[in-house]
Structure formats: structure tokens, C-alpha cells
Design a protein around this ligand. Sequence first.
Ligand code: NAP
Length: 258
Amino acid sequence: MGGVAVVTGGASGIGAACCRALAAEGMAVAVLDLGDRADAVAAEVGGRPYSADVSDEAALSACAARIEAEMGPVSVLVNNAGIIQAPLRPSALDMKLWDDVVRVDQRGVWLGCALFGGRMVGRRRGSIVNIASIVSLRATPLHAYGPAKAAVAAMTANLAAEWGPAGVRVNAVSPGFVQTPALQAEIDAGRRDLSLISGSAPLGRTVGMDEVAQAVVFLAGDRASAITGVNLPVDCGWLAASGWATYGGLRGPEGANA
Ligand code: NAP
């Protein structure tokens, strides 16, 4: 693909997989994360590490300027940085957690779009992929995270319409359950159940990090040149099966002919 890609939250999980996949396509990758967390993945993929909190406008603006000064114009942005939450009752969801989730998952994606996308618009070239979630498309007990991810899907469509005339595409990928450090921490803490997760997906398993990254690479690149404003699920079929619980859940494989 060539050119410069920025991946926010690139030090871990899905973001790190996106860094590897974009580098494998020939892109120079700016790995953006908190503190010095980006160093290892940047070294691994031959890219450069950058430090910024995506929800901090001044810090992200300075980081965008530094990346373009040091690496050249950014043609691909993956807004991946995000934090997840436990499935708390509304009465147990304190506003500090709500604010943190919305600040990083919604405000952070908006700032990434505005600060990097604005530069792409000026050049009439660029592609943005926002990482939303299947919870952007179904009701779940994630009362801060779900609405924040639905906002990511909405801003993806809005900006696709806004910036399409300027030659900038904006799409989203909505992963299902991916066994990243973030999800593994929830499983380890007993707040997610791996057998329930796998059992509610027709493919019977979690999604691989690289499977999400391959969808990101596709939407980011020229093979998707006519695609903008979509929210693509990569979920082992979880969304398709979400109406089956009323009928006793998924039924396992139908008999195969010998
Ligand atoms: P992860 O392993 O925790 O990786 C996220 C990375 O983003 C971490 O390195 C994290 O740093 C960093 N980060 C957090 N807040 C940041 C901020 N304010 N500024 C810059 N970087 C920040 O998480 P993941 O599971 O790969 O999730 C990546 C994205 O996929 C998120 O948007 C998440 O909502 C989405 N997603 C995940 C799943 C899943 O099942 N895993 C499903 C659907 C969607 P720290 O570790 O220091 O916080």
C-alpha cells in the first residue's frame, strides 16, 4: 500500500495486530499509545513510536504535527485506542467510569478524525478506519461503552458523507469478542465468560486479532476504494445469531453425510 499509517492504541491487542498487518502491506507505521508503551511494537514493525492520550486535544494535535514532520503525510488512520467496561447495573455505574469511557472511546475517536482527517481533507487524499464494536449494533448491559461505540458508528457515517467529496473515506470495523489483554482481564476477573462468548457465535470461537486487522487493512486500502461510511462486523456471526436465544440458542452442527 505504501505511505504512512497511524494506529492509535497500537501497543496492544487489536491495535498491535493492525500495526503488523499495515507494515506487512508496506506502510510506514506510527504506533501511538500512552507513555512509552508504543516502543516495542514500533521496533517490531520498523515504525516509529509516539506518545499521546487520544482524548487530550493539545497533546494529540502536537503529536499529529510531529508525526507528519518526521514521517510525512499520513494517508491511513486507524482510530483504535479504547477502554472497555464491566457489565454494571446503571445504579452501580459511577460517572467517573462513564466519563472515562466516553472521553477515550468517543471523544478520542472524534479528535483523531478531526486532527488527522482535517489534514487528509486538505490534501484530498486519505482513509480512516474507526474501531467500533458489535455493541454499537445491539443492546447490551454496557451502558457507557455501548452508546460510545454507537457514537463511533454514527460519526463514521457522518464524516464519510462530509469528507467523501474531498476524497477521504471513513469506515468502521466492529469486532466481536477478541481475546486481547483487555478482554482477557475481564475474563480473568470473572466479568466475562469465555464459554458463553464462544457459544453465542455461530463459528463457535472468539475472533482472532489478525482477523480484525485484515478487515482494517482491506477498508483502509485501495481495494475498498468505493466503500465509505460502512460499519463492518468481524464477529464470527455473533450479530446474525443474536435473535436465536429465544429459540433455545444455537443448535450445533447439522448432521454431516459420511
Ligand atoms: P487493549 O489490548 O487494551 O489495547 C488498547 C490500547 O489502547 C492499549 O495499549 C491502551 O493502553 C491504549 N489506550 C487506552 N487509552 C488510551 C488513550 N487515552 N490514548 C492512547 N492510547 C490509549 O484493547 P483491545 O481489546 O485491543 O481494544 C482495541 C479496540 O478494539 C478498542 O477500541 C476496543 O473498544 C475495541 N474492541 C475490542 C473488542 C475485544 O473483544 N477485545 C471488541 C470490540 C471492540 P493501556 O493498556 O495503558 O490502557
